[in-house]
Write a protein that binds this ligand. Structure first.
Ligand code: IDP
Length: 140
């Protein structure tokens, strides 16, 4: 299995509840390593661009409001099969459908305030990582 990188975001509902360390423990327990991490406040423009794929969806404006409502922690995770592994430990988008032991099952508030983001493909991971990090900020 190949070593991959993926982009993770700890979202505003989770930073507001001081859950960064607890969420990071779930990721490390899944053998994902933090090779970059920073706490930032997204601008409206950044959030709109990042979630551009959803711009026609009914929840887009609400999603942008939420993602800019407080600080987030953006992270590059590295590990074997990191994209799929992170999606597995995150759990389903709607916490009502998330498996036991996943981050969203244990911490998410609802389908929008669902505590974490994770890239959904290796291709998107590369785009999302480059959106937030310079190569020199990633230390493997
Ligand atoms: P994902 O984060 O599990 O990949 P996506 O479908 O890509 O899910 O949606 C991106 C984000 O948009 C979700 O994580 C969530 O915060 C928000 N979202 C998705 N579906 C809904 C919805 O039906 N209502 C409100 N917000 C939603």
């Amino acid at each position: 299995m190949a070593v991959e990188r993926t982009l993770s975001i700890i979202k505003p509902d989770a930073t507001a509840r001081n859950l960064t360390g607890k969420i990071n423990a779930y990721l490390e327990d899944a053998d994902l390593r933090f090779v970059a991490q920073k706490r930032v406040r997204l601008t409206r423009e950044q959030a709109e661009t990042f979630y551009g794929v959803h711009k026609e969806r009914s929840f887009f404006n609400e999603l942008v409001e939420y993602m800019t409502s407080g600080p987030v922690v953006v992270q590059v995770l590295e590990g074997e099969n990191a994209v799929a592994k992170n999606r597995e430990v995150m759990g389903a988008t709607n916490p009502a459908n998330a498996d036991e032991g996943t981050i969203r099952k244990d911490f998410a508030l609802n389908v929008q305030e669902n505590s974490v983001h994770g890239s959904d493909s290796a291709e998107n991971a590369a785009i999302e990582i480059a959106y937030f990090f310079a190569g020199t900020e990633i230390v493997g």
